[in-house]
Write a protein that binds this ligand. Structure first.
Ligand code: GLN
Ligand code: ZN
Length: 758
C-alpha cells in the first residue's frame, strides 16, 4: 500500500487570517495570547484538511519563516537582540522585521537579511554565522506543535530544515567558514531527533533541497557526514529534496544514511528510474508526483499509467506526495466565485492537490475502478484544457514560429543611436528622471476599488486618473526633471495591470501565496496563448505628453518579469510563453512610438529572479529571456530611446546578457551599495548609459543634495560621466508626496551641481 503524505501546508490561511492577525499584533492592537490562539486554530484547521494523509506535516507552521524558526530552534540568534525587553516571540519578530510589537523608536535593531528560497518567490531570513556561533537546542516551539497535533489525533511527521541546507542558506558575518560549524551543529540535531523519538514520532522529514543544486566536494561530504552522525536508529529519517533533479548528486542522495528519500517527480520525472535503480533495497522512496509549484490539475490518468508499474515493483516502499511543500500555492480553489467555470475546471490549489493525492492512492491501492468517476472527470478537464480554443490561438503560435533574430535587432549600434537621441531629446549632462510610479494615494486606491466594483463610472474614473497624471506632470515640471513619467496612477500592480488587458490571462480572487512574513502575492494565471486585443497604455501616455514639452517616458513591464511573476503554463516551455508576451508588448512599444512617445521604459524587475538553480542552466534561460526583451524593445527607430529598469544591483555574473539587451539606458538599484556594485559595468562589458539609483526609496529618509552628489561622483569613478543618469532606485508608489518632493528637489539640485562642476 503506497502511503500518502505532504511536505508542508500553506500557513497564511485561506483568507490570509495569519497575515491580518500578525499585522494587528505588530500594531499593538491585539495581545500575544490572541495571536497564538489564532495560530493554533489555523494549525488545527490545516491538519483537518490533511486528515486523509497517512503522515501529516507538523512544524511547517510559522509566524514568519521556517528558516528563522530553525535558527531559533538551534539557538542561533543574532547577538544584537540579546538582552532586549520581552520574550522569545518579541525577539523573533525583531530578527524578522527589525522590531517587535511594542518597540518604540530606539529599541529597533536591524532586521535579518531576506533572500529568495531557492527558485520560488518565497523569501527567508538568512541565518547569520560567525566563528563564535554556538548552537543550543531550543525545541519548545516544535515540541509544543507536536503535542498539539498528537492531542488532535494527527499522524504527525515533524519537518526540519536539514543541517547542511541550514548552513548553506546562511551567511558568515566574518571571515569564518560556515561549514566549520557542522561539527557542533550535528549534536543539536541529534538531541532534537532523540526528543522527537521520545514523543513517539516514527518518521521525521528532514529537508535538504540543496541536493538539487551544484555542490562542491566539501558540501557533498558535509551531507555524508551529517547523516552518518544523525542515523542513530531512534527515528526514521525521510530526506526530502525538491525543486529539481538530483543529477550529479543522485548517487550521493540515494546513499545517504537515512531510511527514506523524497524526490521531486515532477521536475525530476525523467530521473526517477535511475533513482529507483540506485536506491538501496531497504529504503523508502517518496515520489512527489503532484506539482507543488503550479495551480494546474494533475493529469491523473497519465500519472497512473506511469506510476502503476513503479508501485507494483516497490510495494510498501513507495510513498507519494506533492513535489514540494504546498506553501507555494494558494489554499482553496473553491473560494473562487468569479473565475470562469471552464478555466476553473482546469485548476487545483492546495486542497484540491491533496484530493488528487488521495485519488491516486486509492487507484493504486484499490484499483482505478474504485475512483472511476473521478478519473473520468479529471480526464474530461484535461482534454477540455488541451483542446480549448481559449488556450490555443493559431495566429499567436504562427507568430512565435516566425520569430527571427532580425526582430530583436535595432537599426544601428548604440553609439550611432545615442547621438541621434541626444540631439533630438535635447538632454543636459546628468539627465534626471524617475522610475515610473508616483505615490499611490488613498484617493487613488479608493477610486480604483470603486471603479472595479462598478460604483464609479468609467468617465469619472478616467477623469480622476487624468487629474492625478496632470498633478504628477505639474510637480515634475516644477522640479525641473528632464524626462517625465505619467506616474502610473491607473495601475494596481505592474504585472496585473498588463495581464488584465492581455488575452490568455485569468485572475483569482483569493489565490494568495506567501512571499515573506505577512506579505502575500496573488500571481495572475497565464493559461493560454497571449495576445493583445487593444493598446494598453497609449491613451494615458498620450494624455500625459499633451501636458508638457518635456519628453514623457512610456512605461511598460517587460515579458520576462510578467512571466516570472505569474503562474505559468505547464503545457509548453516557459520560453514560448515569454516569446508570446514579448510579441504582445512589442506591439504596445510600436504603438507608443507611433503616438509620438520618444522614450519608452520596459521594466525587467524580475529578470534575475528567473535564473535556474543550477548555474549550468543559466545561459539557456538568459538566451531566451534576453531575446524576449530584444524582441519587445528593439523594433523602434534609432531616435526612440529605450530604457530598462531592474530592482537590484548584482550584475557581475550576468553583465554580458544585460549588455546584450541593448537598452539605451538602464536604471538600477544602487544607493545602498555605495556604487561598488557598479564595478560590473566597466566600459568594455557595458557600453550603454546607466542610471545608478541615488535615492533609496525603501526608506522614508530624505537624501540630501550632498549625499546624492557624492554617490554620483563615486559612480563617475567607475562609469564615464557622460553616460550617467540621475534617478531614484525604484518607483515611488509606496512613498508619500511629502517625502518625494523634497527628495526629488535635492536630486535635481545634485544633478545641477554636477553639471556646473563638469
Ligand atoms: N515602473 C515601476 C514603478 O516605478 C517599476 C517598479 C519595479 O521595478 N518594481 O513602480
Ligand atoms: Zn525597481
Amino acid at each position: 500500500m503506497a502511503k500518502i503524505h505532504n511536505l508542508g501546508f500553506p500557513r497564511i490561511g485561506a483568507n490570509r487570517e495569519l497575515k491580518f492577525a500578525l499585522e494587528k499584533y505588530w500594531k499593538g492592537e491585539s495581545t500575544q495570547g490572541e495571536l497564538t490562539e489564532l495560530a493554533a486554530g489555523l494549525r488545527q484547521k490545516h491538519w483537518q484538511h490533511q486528515s486523509a494523509l497517512d503522515l501529516t506535516p507538523v512544524g511547517d507552521f510559522s509566524f514568519y519563516d521556517q528558516v528563522l524558526d530553525t535558527s531559533f530552534t538551534l539557538g542561533n540568534i543574532p547577538a544584537r537582540v540579546e538582552g532586549l525587553a520581552g520574550d522569545e516571540l518579541d525577539n523573533y519578530f525583531r530578527v524578522a522585521r527589525g522590531r517587535s510589537a511594542h518597540d518604540s523608536g530606539c529599541s529597533c535593531v536591524h532586521a535579518g537579511e531576506m533572500t529568495k528560497w531557492f527558485d520560488t518567490n518565497y523569501h527567508y531570513i538568512v541565518p547569520e554565522f560567525t566563528a563564535d556561533t554556538r548552537f543550543e537546542l531550543n525545541p519548545q516551539r516544535l515540541l509544543a506543535q507536536l503535542e498539539e497535533a498528537q492531542a488532535q489525533g494527527v499522524a504527525a511527521k515533524p519537518i526540519l530544515v536539514g543541517p547542511v541546507t541550514y548552513l548553506w542558506l546562511g551567511k558568515e558575518k566574518d571571515s569564518s567558514n560556515k561549514l566549520d560549524l557542522l561539527e557542533q551543529l550535528l549534536p543539536v540535531y541529534a538531541q532534537l531527533l532523540s526528543l522527537l523519538a521520545e514523543k513517539g514520532v516514527e518518521w521525521v522529514q528532514i529537508d535538504e533541497p540543496i541536493l538539487v543544486t551544484e555542490l562542491s566536494a566539501e558540501w557533498q561530504q558535509a551531507l555524508e557526514k551529517a547523516y552518518q552522525t544523525l542515523n542513530q536508529g531512534k527515528v526514521k529519517l525521510l530526506l526530502a529534496t525538491y525543486f529539481g533533479e538530483l543529477k550529479e548528486n543522485l548517487s550521493l542522495a540515494v546513499n545517504l544514511q537515512v531510511q527514506g528519500l523524497h524526490v521531486d517527480a515532477v521536475r525530476g520525472r525523467k530521473e526517477v528510474d535511475a533513482v529507483i535503480a540506485a536506491l538501496p533495497a531497504d529504503k523508502t522512496l517518496s515520489l512527489g508526483v503532484i506539482n507543488g509549484r503550479n495551480i494546474w490539475k494533475t493529469d491523473l490518468n497519465a500519472v497512473l499509467n506511469w506510476l502503476e508499474p513503479i508501485a507494483r515493483d516497490l510495494g510498501e516502499r513507495l510513498w507519494i506526495a506533492p513535489s514540494c511543500s504546498l506553501l507555494h500555492v494558494p489554499v482553496d480553489l473553491n473560494s473562487e466565485q468569479k473565475l470562469d467555470a471552464e478555466i476553473k475546471s482546469w485548476l487545483a490549489f492546495a486542497l484540491q492537490k491533496l484530493d488528487e493525492l488521495s485519488v491516486l492512492s486509492r487507484a493504486l491501492n484499490e484499483g482505478r475502478e474504485s475512483v472511476a468517476q473521478v478519473l473520468a472527470d479529471n480526464q474530461a478537464a484535461i482534454d477540455s484544457r488541451r483542446q480549448s480554443t481559449r488556450v490555443n490561438n493559431p495566429d499567436v503560435q504562427a507568430a512565435v514560429a516566425a520569430i527571427t533574430p532580425a526582430l530583436g535587432q535595432r537599426q544601428h549600434p548604440y553609439a550611432e543611436r545615442i547621438a541621434r537621441q541626444t540631439a533630438h531629446l535635447n538632454l543636459p549632462a546628468f539627465p534626471t528622471t524617475t522610475i515610473g510610479s508616483f505615490p499611490q494615494t488613498a484617493e487613488i486606491r479608493q477610486a480604483r476599488l470603486k471603479f472595479k466594483k462598478g460604483e464609479l463610472d468609467q468617465d469619472t474614473y478616467i477623469r480622476q486618473m487624468q487629474a492625478e497624471i496632470a498633478h504628477a506632470v505639474r510637480e515634475q515640471e516644477a522640479l525641473e526633471l528632464d524626462v517625465l513619467v505619467h506616474g502610473e496612477a491607473e495601475r494596481n500592480d505592474m504585472v496585473e495591470y498588463f495581464g488584465e488587458q492581455l488575452d490568455g490571462y485569468a485572475f483569482s480572487q483569493f489565490g494568495w501565496v506567501q512571499s515573506y512574513g505577512s506579505r502575500c502575492v496573488k500571481p495572475p494565471i497565464l493559461f493560454g496563448d497571449i495576445s493583445r486585443p487593444n493598446a494598453m497604455t497609449v491613451a494615458w501616455t498620450q494624455y500625459a505628453q499633451s501636458l508638457t514639452d518635456k519628453p514623457m517616458k512610456g512605461m511598460l513591464t517587460g515579458p520576462v518579469t510578467i512571466l516570472n511573476w505569474s503562474f505559468v503554463r505547464d503545457d509548453q516551455p516557459r520560453a514560448v510563453s515569454c516569446y508570446q508576451l514579448a510579441l504582445a508588448i512589442r506591439e504596445e512599444v510600436l504603438d507608443l512610438e507611433k503616438a509620438g512617445v520618444k522614450v519608452i521604459q520596459i521594466d525587467e524587475a524580475a529578470l534575475r529572479e528567473g535564473l535556474p538553480l543550477r548555474q549550468s542552466e543559466w545561459q539557456e534561460y538568459l538566451n531566451w529571456a534576453v531575446e524576449s526583451f530584444r524582441i519587445t524593445a528593439n523594433g523602434v527607430a534609432d531616435e526612440t530611446q529605450i530604457h530598462t529598469h531592474m530592482c537590484y544591483s548584482e550584475f557581475n555574473d550576468i553583465i554580458a546578457s544585460i549588455a546584450d539587451m541593448d537598452a539605451d539606458v538602464i536604471t538600477i538599484e544602487t544607493s545602498r551599495s555605495d556604487m561598488e556594485l557598479l564595478d560590473a559595468f566597466d566600459h568594455f562589458r557595458y557600453p550603454n548609459e546607466i542610471g545608478p539609483g541615488v535615492y533609496d526609496i525603501h526608506s522614508p529618509n530624505i537624501p540630501t543634495e550632498a549625499q546624492m552628489v557624492k554617490l554620483i561622483q563615486l559612480a563617475a569613478q567607475r562609469i564615464p560621466a557622460e553616460r550617467l543618469w540621475v534617478n531614484p532606485d525604484c518607483g515611488l508608489k509606496t512613498r508619500q508626496w511629502a517625502e518625494v518632493l523634497p527628495a526629488l528637489k535635492n536630486m535635481v539640485a545634485a544633478a545641477k551641481t554636477l553639471r556646473a562642476n563638469a
